[in-house]
Design a protein around this ligand. Structure first.
Ligand code: GDP
Ligand code: ZN
Length: 448
């Protein structure tokens, strides 16, 4: 039996114990399993209470059951959902029972979503979006993932692909004409106009920089400065500000290396570059390696100093924005501190006491504003992954080739257009993506 014809099951809800746990079953055996467990198959899509029993007649749990006959189900196959009491013992008893059924096996990570994809319920951008939605930490991440799930990019890509196919049909029609020695320009001209307009349209989507890719991982803010200026103190101060925090990633027992903030719905990761240090601990080493890679690629650098005269060194790329943050204002005279307090966000200069928290709220507020501008508040972005960007770039490139190849013959033009259409097909997961699928779906959790 092909693996995709097997019936799979998994716990689809979160960590136990919980009030309720949801076990999903998908595949041709779903109805047989349901009728064995409940004594009957409930009405489709109707929440039905039922006492689950083992095949030996032993009660397992008093449960709520849902029956979704395919293809009108999440995976496109027959699906059963068992809402059980969320204890380890109930789950263990149910899983134990399910394991006694032949042709039933535990699902692999992402296998439900993969089946939904393979049965045409969602395209690849939708599958990616589902994963993003499950992992969304902030409100803007949630919004973007939901828009993608609803076809923001997928629908556009499908429409573009259709237009390319239509243009290709016009070009190929003129190949037939040219056999008779006469290539009618009236046929080709509109096709090329269409191709040029399409290349421009996709090009615009690519240049509209709303940083959708960064929305997945967070805007990166690196704290840089001499030893002892207070970098660790600042990051620990940020980590203590529980209102803003998503998850502090502590470098085991020592300083926090990075904090993840939710600023106005935008994810922001602040990295202490001094936390990047030699360590023998393997877990910590991995954290350090990641922090290093991300700091090198920072969007905003906070140059922390405790002396007015210090100037930031050349940091990262030319485009990176550097803000000067003077620390330890609590150590200065009243007058001096007040003067520094007048340095506003507009001048990209701040004065704080990382230790006592003074000025930190203003700094965080300014970073939030920076994030809002960076992501383009309220605007939608079609591109949420590098994969999308690469394939749209390829599409534009092949469309431009087809225009450049106009004088070199219709066959060449038609081949260019096929390549452009193929790039969009890959984006949607319609063709040539076998190699990609294992990578994408293995990132999912089990039960999704
Ligand atoms: P790092 O090497 O840049 O990470 O600096 P640390 O955060 O380890 O701080 C070095 C020293 O400066 C520590 O003793 C901190 O307590 C102290 N420090 C940090 N920020 C402040 C501050 O705002 N005011 C005062 N008075 N001391 C501070
Ligand atoms: Zn430090």
């Amino acid at each position: 039996m092909h693996p995709s014809e097997q019936t799979i099951f998994a716990l689809s809800s979160g960590r136990l114990p919980a009030a309720i746990a949801i076990v999903r079953i998908s595949g041709p055996q779903s109805s047989a399993v349901l009728s064995a467990l409940c004594g009957r198959v409930p009405s489709p899509r109707l929440a039905t209470r039922c006492l689950l029993k083992s095949q030996a007649g032993e009660p397992i749990d008093d449960a709520m059951v849902l029956w979704f006959p395919g293809p009108a189900s999440a995976t496109g196959e027959d699906v059963a959902e068992l809402h059980i009491h969320g204890s380890r013992a109930v789950l263990a008893a149910l899983i134990g029972e399910l394991s006694t059924f032949e042709q039933l096996r535990p699902a692999e990570p992402g296998e439900f979503t993969r089946r939904a994809f393979e049965n045409g319920k969602i395209d690849l951008t939708g599958a990616e979006a589902l994963d993003d939605l499950i992992h969304a930490d902030t409100d803007q991440q949630r919004r973007q993932a939901l828009r993608q799930l609803q076809g923001l990019l997928g629908d556009r890509a499908r429409a573009w692909r259709q237009q390319i196919i239509e243009a290709a049909a016009l070009i190929e029609a003129s190949i037939d004409f040219s056999d008779e020695g006469d290539v009618p320009d009236e046929l080709q001209a509109p096709a090329f106009a269409k191709i040029a307009a399409l290349a421009a349209e996709i090009g615009e989507v690519l240049t509209a920089q709303h940083h959708g890719e960064r929305l997945r991982d967070g805007l990166v803010v690196a704290i840089v400065g001499r030893p002892n200026v207070g970098k660790s103190t600042l990051i620990n101060q940020l980590a203590r500000r529980e209102v803003a925090i998503v998850s502090p990633h502590a470098g085991t027992t020592r300083d926090v290396i990075e904090v993840h903030l939710d600023l106005g719905g935008y994810p922001v990761t602040v990295i202490d570059t001094a936390g990047i240090r030699d360590t023998l601990d393997a877990v910590e080493q991995e954290g350090v390696r990641r922090a290093q890679a991300r700091a090198a690629d920072a969007d905003l650098v906070l140059w922390l100093a405790d002396d007015d005269d210090e100037m930031p060194p050349a940091i990262g790329s030319d485009q990176v924005v550097v803000w000067r943050v003077r620390n330890k204002i609590d150590l200065q005279s009243e007058a001096g501190a007040r003067a520094d307090g007048n340095l506003s966000a507009a001048s990209q200069s701040f004065a704080i006491s990382a230790k006592q928290g003074e000025g930190v709220a203003a700094l965080v507020g300014a970073i939030g504003e920076f994030a809002g501008n960076y992501f383009g508040a309220g605007e939608t972005t079609l591109i949420s992954r590098q994969r999308h960007r690469d394939l749209l770039q390829q599409t534009v490139q092949m469309l431009q080739c087809s225009i450049a190849d106009r004088d070199r013959g219709e066959e060449l033009v038609a081949e260019d257009l096929r390549s452009a259409s193929r790039a969009l097909g890959r984006l949607l997961g319609q063709i040539d993506v076998e190699d990609l699928l294992d990578v994408i779906f293995s990132e999912f959790c089990i039960g999704k």
